[in-house]
Ligand binder design. Structure first.
Ligand code: MN
Length: 224
């Protein structure tokens, strides 16, 4: 794929699992030519949200996507409506400092590498329209679509007739995402989901886009 310099490595949903992230980064040992793309949801659920935020901010060549958890924190910050928050958001809000807020404000909705024909996004895309035309609510939260009405999307647990958006996604581009935890990597012809549920006691997964290789770190334990 392409002749770009260095590795291009995606890392799935960390959700405060700082020990596993440190182990992963030790194994990857990124050089100055490598780029790390975090797929969003660095925060919440797990034990060490602020440690994770500091680790990622200290990496010289990291880019990070906006997850639905970060989007909710930012919405609350901008709009001040506490009814959108989950209980555990309050713990996170108490811990994050001004530097962390600046970092959260810098998160990207999508990250595209045309030379690799690859787009990174937290949740996914509606398969019936161009990825460039889809907003934050869709791309950070989509898990399933209604097969009879592909513009209708929702959460896996709430749409019992839903199928993964990825089942209908036809690239290019190839899409790499997180957000929908599964016991194993979920690969389709034009997409890859690497949320393997570390915070639930699964694994933290990284994917090297140019070498097409995976790296996984087992969770120390189930945190929730
Ligand atoms: Mn998510």
């Amino acid at each position: 794929m392409g002749d770009a310099k260095g590795r291009l490595i995606a890392i799935g949903d960390v959700h405060g699992c700082a020990d596993e992230l440190e182990e992963m980064l030790g194994k990857i040992s990124p050089s100055a030519d490598d780029t790390l793309v975090f797929l969003g949801d660095l925060v919440n659920r797990g034990p060490f949200t602020t440690r994770v935020l500091k680790i990622v901010q200290a990496l010289p060549n990291a880019r990070c996507l906006l997850g639905n958890h970060e989007l909710r924190l930012l919405r609350y910050r901008h709009e001040g409506n506490p009814s959108i928050l989950k209980d555990y958001d309050w713990d996170t809000l108490k811990q994050i400092d001004p530097e962390d807020w600046s970092f959260l404000e810098s998160l990207e909705l999508t990250i595209s590498y045309p030379e690799d024909e690859t787009v990174f996004v937290h949740g996914g895309f509606l398969p019936d329209r161009a990825w460039t035309e889809q907003g934050a609510d869709i791309v950070t939260s989509i898990q399933v679509i209604d097969p009879a009405s592909p513009g209708t999307y929702g959460k896996r647990g709430k749409m019992t007739n839903g199928i993964s958006w990825a089942e209908r996604w036809k690239g290019p581009p190839f899409v790499v995402c997180g957000h929908t935890p599964r016991p194993e990597i979920f690969r389709r012809p034009w997409s890859l989901c690497i949320d393997t549920g570390c915070v639930y006691g699964g694994k933290l997964t990284a994917y090297d886009v140019r070498e097409e290789k995976y790296l996984q770190i087992a969770a120390r334990k189930a945190y929730i």
